[in-house]
Write a protein that binds this ligand. Sequence first.
Ligand SMILES: *Cc1c(COP(=O)(O)O)cnc(C)c1O
Length: 384
Amino acid sequence: MPDPLYRPATLAAQAMQELDPHTHGIIAPIHVATTFLRDPDNRYSTGFIYGRPDNQTVRGAEATLAMLEGAAAGALLFSSGMAAAVAVFATLDRGAHVLAPRVMYWALRNWLASEAEHLGLSVGFVEMDDTDAVARAIRPGQTKLVWVETPGNPLWTVTDIAAVATLAHAAGARLAVDSTCASPHHTRPLALGADLVMHAATKILNGHSDVVAGVLLGAAADGAWQRLVRYRSQHGAILGPFEAFLLQRGLRTFPLRAAAQSAAALHLAERLARHRAVVQVLYPGLPDHPGHAVARRQMRNGFGYMLSIRVAGGEGAAVATAASVQLWRRATSLGGVESLIEHRASIEGPGTPCPPDLLRLSVGIEDVDDLHDDLDRALCHAVP
Ligand SMILES: *Cc1c(COP(=O)(O)O)cnc(C)c1O
């Protein structure tokens, strides 16, 4: 675990890098070797044998991530957020019942609805932000995993992690939290009782829209954690060293970016809530958001970098708004330093729980007045 003398932002800034012993370069080299010399006595005294189970550059980024999340078991980096999430479900025993949110990251929801049954899992979808509904849906002895995403895509529903952890553990289930949109800057799910945290490190952790990566972080190095370690090694799902290097570089400015992006998101949420062409702003930092009270308790340093707006005039006006922004980038994904806007219903397709008039906004680090003015122009153009 990290040196308790220093706070996370300090440790992240230096990315806990050891000096290169040969050059004293202050940035660790990228380790690309796939195989390692065996000792004359036939041992592998460094612990490194082959590139699929483990890599030193990946370990560097994992150490920074484990420090930021306060994960005693450490971190496991995967080749994408989906690879990390699927590993959690794939390492459950056949016959397990799992609970997931009704509204959540769309690609994972699709996988759970269509593929999880082939692994012998049965999946229940529940309003995860309604603790009573979770209590009714959980099956003591049968439910082995509860999967939470908070704030949840794309309505930013807030789930009470501590309350759901208590319910899950009483039923003999483990609790995993997709904390991508909170990030460790705003929420520490392990400290609230979760067993496992997952992030799409593709998003704000890397922050520069140039790496696809996922990470799992564990509260304890127990049997389930060891199984995840074996799963990643056996399935060859480790992150590549170049991506790990870029991620480590991004992590050094993560606390700074997260603070700026959440401050800008709150500012935009408050201004857009008064805009004549906006019927609703969905952001946990606004007092009228249904999850605000829980968010105030469970989040810190603000409420995150994601918000959604519902445009007066419905789907056509929402699509027209996205079509006429000039500064915001019309693209999927989130968490980068550049701000993105997306009409979610058209990318999710039929069966989406996303309202058709909704635009999802990922707030970057541009000047917040420029972001506001561009969106204001587009909204006024789309809703005359
Ligand atoms: C992007 C994302 C994922 C999936 O991550 P990938 O790296 O794209 O596979 C999972 N959950 C959330 C909340 C995400 O935003």
